[in-house]
Design a protein around this ligand. Structure first.
Ligand code: FES
Length: 143
């Protein structure tokens, strides 16, 4: 299996690893294909993601895609960040081998789950946003 240079770079030097203690939102998702877990923390100020960190119990491709999604989401508005798809993250890494595409689900879904959590905590409408395999089950669901 061949990985792109960008995947190898983000896997070997992942950006934004860790936790944010006073996070505005935290998202946790599990990958149904392999059972791996992803946690993403976001700090939001004036509707903009000012800081973002992740922790994953996942494979190399999950680490690389999470690292990339944190770079792509930082500085974006909530609306812009919600448009980041798994496919866009994989594309930004110059692709993933087909059997590893499922790993990219954790990254974008984890971000979406963190945004839902932020909206719930801030009393903002979360517009029926939903993340499959998230521990919160999506907008309006009990944790
Ligand atoms: Fe589980 Fe990649 S094998 S996220």
């Amino acid at each position: 299996m061949r990985y792109s240079k960008k995947v190898m770079d983000h896997f070997s030097h992942p950006r934004n690893v860790g936790e944010i203690e006073d996070a505005s939102g935290v998202g946790e998702v599990g990958n149904p294909v392999c059972g791996d877990i992803m946690k993403i923390y976001i700090k939001v100020k004036d509707n903009v993601i000012t800081d973002i960190k992740f922790n994953t119990f996942g494979c190399g491709a999950a680490i690389a895609t999470s690292s990339m999604v944190t770079e792509m989401a930082k500085g974006k508005t909530i609306e812009e960040a919600l448009k980041l798809t798994n496919a866009a993250v994989a594309e930004a890494l110059d692709g993933l081998p087909p059997i590893k595409m499922h790993c990219s689900n954790l990254a974008a879904d984890g971000l979406k789950a963190a945004i839902i959590d932020y909206k719930k905590k801030s009393g903002l409408p979360c517009d029926n946003l939903k993340v499959e395999h998230s521990c919160c089950g999506g907008c309006g669901a009990a944790k």
